[in-house]
Design a protein around this ligand. Sequence first.
Ligand code: NG6
Ligand code: CA
Length: 520
Amino acid sequence: MKTILYPLIALFVITYSCKKHPSGEDEKVSEQTAVKNPNIIFIYADDLGYGDVSAYGATEIHTPNMDKLANGGVLFTNGYASSATCTPSRYALLTGTYPWRNKDAKILPGTAPLLIDTAQTTIPKMLKTKGYHTGIVGKWHLGLGSGNVDWNARIAPGPNEVGFDYSYIMAATQDRVPTVYIKNGKVDHLDPNDPIAVDYRNNFEGQPTGKDNPELLKMKWHHGHNNSIVNGIPRIGFMKGGASAKWVDEDMADTFLKEAQDYIKRQKDHPFFLYYAMQQPHVPRTPHERFVGTSGMGPRGDVIIEADWCIGELLKTLEEEQLLENTLIVFSSDNGPVLNDGYYDDAVEKLGNHTPAGVLRGGKYSLFEAGTRVPFVVYWKGTIEPKTSDALVCQVDLMTSLATLVNSDLEGPDSKDLLKAFLGKSDTGRDALVIEATSRTALRMGDWVMIPPYQGPAKIAEVNIEIGNAKTFQLYNLNDDLSQRVNLADRHPEKLADMLKTFETIRGKGYSNTKMLELK
Ligand code: NG6
Ligand code: CA
């Protein structure tokens, strides 16, 4: 039987290898690649907390599709984003480089230039060398162009210049202008007679703002978010023109989902990499009417239910296309949770008993655990055995680990090969990880976390989150104090010294903002 089958498989593989790619590009699928390499999908939520998923212990909200991945794959209890905010985490994810190595890796305005150097190795670039087709659908937030972008011409460099064959993105965040979708560098549905202009400092004459025109608002701003009004929602930044291209916030989930599904259907005959960067539950939270009221927690809960549904639909597409068993799926979040992030949307008032951070301290923007420890799941039907893993892993490690998976020598500067841990074949993760939050850094090593002294308020008052600043060193043992309540720095000076030594070896000596200011 085998002797008949093998030539048939070989013929099939060769036919594949010679096929021209639908996009017109030459397809370099080696025989080995076509047989072995799985499709890879990152599903990346925005601001989803460690405690927001039922598989991670949430009891007040039900996320059956996220749970399907978590309970059918490797559920990491010590899985980290690289940063407690979006841009730095996404930078680290795609480049395998710690975000604090790039001084510009901070929350970017919609007009920021591209943060990734076009010469840098990225996950999609690495996968392309192995014959993958690569696509991004959803939130970008890594800058576009090289300064002074003309939004009415082709916008470059952007995702297509750092490794993505196909891109359908929003430039920055849902709360930042320009509020339009950009397809392969061109604003989608733009009318050339109604050109777009964007400015983050000055308003355009005669344009209403959240600050001056509260009567036009369907959602009220709490802090920030009082510039241009789009769809009755006040945003960060000023914009004029582009009426036909503006997104409808309530349709965004469906729009990105359909783009992601269509991408999968188009690329199903080749190994593909899809970065599906969802906008939920970031502000402004605008569930489609089908989801309004479904969580009982107001819009924040409703958009988590909506995101969960989208994941279910994406899985259905993979099943229908018979791709599920040949697709490795990573599901995670770019940073921890926040309730009031600048709009009045009942996130605080209707929270009830839900705990978005689980038992962890802090949240988005924080050096405490809830800032960076996030839901982190690797799923591959039929290949990965379901399990819970306590291995210390970080999104920055995906670059080198995926390179190993597809037999590439490329690696990210700070990215460890943890493929065995990601596939559930080993419980060994990193020894040490530097985490980042709003340009400050701390060290996780073994069960311990060390946070150096930082100037500044202990809490961001508007969002009501403790961000980890203190005048002295903080040292926590997560093994018996997961909620980081007891600072052991005085009681364990040897441990503190040991961690500081490792930290300074990786991070250098200019770690504290106090010291960094002195150094300048
Ligand atoms: C902050 C915004 C916040 C959110 C965040 C970025 C204000 C007052 N706050 O500056 O609403 O947009 O940036 O979030 O403007 S992230 O998840 O993309 O990092
Ligand atoms: Ca985020």
